[in-house]
Design a binder for this molecule. Structure first.
Ligand SMILES: *[C@@H]1O[C@H](CO)[C@@H](O)[C@H](O)[C@H]1NC(C)=O
Ligand SMILES: *[C@@H]1O[C@H](CO)[C@@H](O)[C@H](O)[C@H]1NC(C)=O
Ligand SMILES: *[C@@H]1O[C@H](CO)[C@@H](O)[C@H](O)[C@H]1NC(C)=O
Ligand SMILES: *[C@@H]1O[C@H](CO)[C@@H](O)[C@H](O)[C@H]1NC(C)=O
Length: 487
């Protein structure tokens, strides 16, 4: 396959491009099968339902590592902002181990800490009774990189927690672990706990989960709006006070940036995906990439899309064909929502313009193939919405709801356009769709500005710097507290 694709490029080109092709091919292969876990850091950090069957994670990683080795010149590496964590003992406690947002993010932290020589332990609270393939692959991925996977229960768990310099508790639901496992020793551990919260739903505001929150060293939350929401809810509903809380915006992985900045790989992926959807190169693709559910607003987006088509027809605009792509479909789940969504498409007779794509962890090919990302999350919006910064890395403008983390990522009018949540947003979004479809220059400029914004503040190194600031603070505080406890 590699040879076939490379034939047209001539020898000298081929030589220059072969590393890139390796990466591109890997991605192409993973368009239909769910692999290349590494490529995928695009998950919504608030959404714990996105998960998928994995197949060959290990081999995908292997190929990518080979590709990395061949493409990365041996250059001086900038010292990590986390290097002060060298030899520190860090315990990471995850509610679960799956391919959903929370655990994957915590794993990224595990690897960042490993790369600076920290001693890292991992515990999974909710383990499936039978080892499934996902858990197995992820655990081995961690073991390969020197993360020590230990039981979340019993004496070993307690001893590790007591010995650690820092304990990172991931997501609100992990709070129950504190009492169940640490029991009487919980107060010895709380001063060194950093609680990383990614949720923004009402049912997490239960004392059962968060009663220890006021006593931990700090909380780390993905966006300002979510932080405000937590401060408000804990106070109003539970009458408890948040500890020192730090906002840490997420960043794009190096692997994603590598694909986003490789024009050849992007072109190959774009052609491949468009061909598979039956879409021409000049057609315009507007996509939502999120699990299909009411909260993510695919229904309202399709209404806007339909309105946009009507508008274009009425005004007899001469523009390329518009298509909507819904990435995140799951027909096996048979949800009422998805059935309604598909029915509405048939009723409106826009089947040839709306494409449903199965849930996937590999978003890079779709980001390479589309022209505009739509982030239509409803109600309080996304906690952060990592897909937004990933799309911006691919120089895509974003049409987003004016809610949640989206408002902290998208600069309205510069890197995208915001519309209100709910039904009041349907017509504004339709107009924004038409606007970007008709103003080519503006669309491309917005994409470029988005990319610049990502380079300025939404890269892995930025996230590492932000996390480093928090960890320093938390370590300092927990030291102070424990020395006072002793004295
Ligand atoms: C929380 O939000 C509600 C409504 O949004 C507001 O009325 C209230 O003043 C807020 N409380 C705090 C403590 O910020
Ligand atoms: C998408 O998922 C459905 C079932 O959930 C399956 O039947 C179908 O083959 C999948 N399509 C692709 C392209 O993988
Ligand atoms: C976004 O900007 C447009 C004008 O460019 C404005 O009409 C709209 O109200 C703004 N929306 C928000 C949420 O700021
Ligand atoms: C240690 O804690 C005390 C009491 O809370 C506080 O006054 C002091 O500033 C703290 N020192 C450091 C270095 O944080």
């Amino acid at each position: 396959m590699a040879k076939h694709t490379a034939v047209g490029w001539g020898h000298h080109h081929y030589h220059h491009l072969q590393n890139r092709w390796l990466l591109a091919l890997l991605l192409m292969l993973s368009v239909s099968t769910v692999i290349a876990f590494f490529m995928r850091s695009a998950f919504d950090s608030c959404d714990r339902t996105v998960s998928a069957a994995v197949d060959g994670i290990g081999s995908a990683r292997h190929v990518i590592q080979v590709a990395e080795k061949r493409t990365t010149p041996v250059a001086a590496v900038k010292p990590s902002p986390l290097s002060f964590m060298k030899s520190k003992v860090v315990l990471l406690v995850s509610h679960e181990l799956s391919l959903s947002g929370g655990p994957l993010l915590l794993m990224e932290l595990a690897f960042l800490l490993r790369s600076v020589g920290a001693e890292v332990y991992w515990m999974t609270i909710m383990k499936p009774s039978e080892t499934d393939e996902v858990t197995y692959s992820l655990e081995h991925k961690m073991l390969d990189r020197g993360v020590q996977v230990v039981s979340a229960k019993g004496k070993e768990a307690l001893d590790t927690a007591l010995r650690a310099d820092l304990v990172v508790l991931n997501t609100a639901v992990a709070g129950k672990w504190l009492d169940v496992v640490l029991k009487g020793d919980v107060h010895r551990v709380l001063p060194k706990v950093l609680w990383w919260i990614h949720e923004m739903r009402g049912h997490y505001f239960k004392l059962d989960y968060v009663k220890h929150l006021p006593f931990v060293a700090g909380a780390m939350i993905d966006s300002h709006v979510t932080t405000e929401y937590w401060k408000n809810r804990t106070q109003e509903r539970l009458k408890i006070k948040m500890p020192d809380t730090y906002v840490v915006h997420l960043g794009n992985s190096k692997e994603l940036m590598q694909v986003a900045e490789d024009t050849v790989a992007k072109r190959v992926l774009r052609e491949h995906v468009r061909e598979s959807l039956g879409v021409l190169n000049e057609d315009l693709l507007f996509a939502i990439i999120n699990s299909v559910s009411r909260g993510k607003g695919q229904d309202l987006f399709l209404r806007s899309f339909y309105e946009a088509l009507q508008l274009i027809k009425e005004k007899k605009m001469q523009i390329p064909l518009l298509h909507a792509v819904i990435v995140g479909s799951d027909m096996s789940a048979q949800t009422k929502f998805e059935m309604e969504l598909r029915d509405s498409v048939v009723q409106k007779k826009i089947q040839d313009r709306v494409h449903f794509v199965n849930k996937t962890l590999t978003v890079a090919p779709y980001l390479a193939a589309i022209d505009v990302l739509v982030q239509n999350s409803q109600a309080r919006g996304e906690c952060f919405g990592r897909i937004t910064i990933e799309a911006m890395a691919f120089q895509l403008p974003v049409l987003g709801t004016a809610a949640g983390g989206t408002t902290e990522i998208v600069v309205n009018g510069t890197t995208g356009l915001l519309h209100p949540v709910g039904k009041p947003g349907v017509t504004p979004l339709a107009k924004n769709i038409v606007k970007l479809a008709t103003h080519v220059e503006r669309r491309l400029t917005m994409g470029k500005r988005g990319y610049e914004r990502v380079k300025e503040r939404f890269l892995e190194q930025h996230m590492a710097e932000r996390i480093a600031g928090v960890l320093k603070e938390v370590l300092r505080k927990s030291k102070n507290k424990s020395s006072r406890l002793i004295s």
